[in-house]
Design a protein around this ligand. Structure first.
Ligand code: GRF
Length: 198
């Protein structure tokens, strides 16, 4: 069994699609949802799918190994960020090289970086005068939205689109593609070996 851990901070509509996608898969599963906000709706969504959850704060993520140990014990193969608002600590990036992915609601390398999230991204896209936008799925490194791009999908911007309409279109693209790209990546990944457990 290959196992996914999802990090999310908010509503979790992508997390929901991913949990739905893998629900009946016998070789891959969402084994854990990690969240830095105790009242985030993603936790409810995870409960609905009977996926274990773990809520943490900054101290735990950046200054202890408890999340590392949790993922080790669950034999997590791939970390999926789905609306997670904090940087992943360097030690986790090193331990999960090419095993952490994120989705961004624009065509990177444009419209990414610190502070570029939610509505702000779509407003910046509209202001730029670009005629298309889309999604970017990329590996995660120590910087916001800068890891190698794995996949992009595009949609046209209509003259009457506002930030809300763009957000809707882009979310639809995310829901359509993210689960399948995760599945393809997992198929190609060897089972992760955790030193000391085998
Ligand atoms: C998505 O638009 C994703 O691109 C970004 O955060 C948003 C999360 O949305 N990284 P949701 O919580 O999955 O609905």
């Amino acid at each position: 069994m290959k196992r996914i851990a999802i990090f999310a901070s908010g509503s979790g509509s992508n997390a929901q699609r991913i949990m739905e996608h893998f629900k009946r898969n016998k070789e891959m599963e969402v084994a854990l949802v990690l969240c830095n906000k105790p009242d985030a709706y993603v936790l409810q969504r995870a409960d609905n799918f009977e996926v274990p959850t773990h809520v943490f704060n900054r101290e735990e993520l950046y200054h202890t190994n408890s999340i590392d140990n949790l993922m080790k014990n669950l034999e997590i193969d791939l970390i999926v960020l789905a609306g997670f608002m904090w940087l992943i600590p360097e030690r986790i990036i090193q331990a999960y090289s090419k095993r952490i992915v994120n989705i961004h609601p624009a065509l990177l390398p444009k419209f990414g970086g610190e502070g570029m999230y939610g509505k702000k991204v779509h407003e910046a896209v509209l202001e730029s005068g670009d005629t298309e936008t889309g999604i970017s799925i990329h590996y995660v490194n120590e910087l916001f939205d800068e890891g190698e791009i794995i996949y992009q999908s595009r949609c046209l911007i209509d003259s009457n689109d506002d930030a809300e309409k763009l957000a809707y279109k882009v979310h639809q693209l995310e829901h359509l593609h993210y689960p399948k790209i995760i599945e393809d990546l997992l198929k190609k990944l060897d089972k992760k070996v955790y030193p000391g457990t085998h």
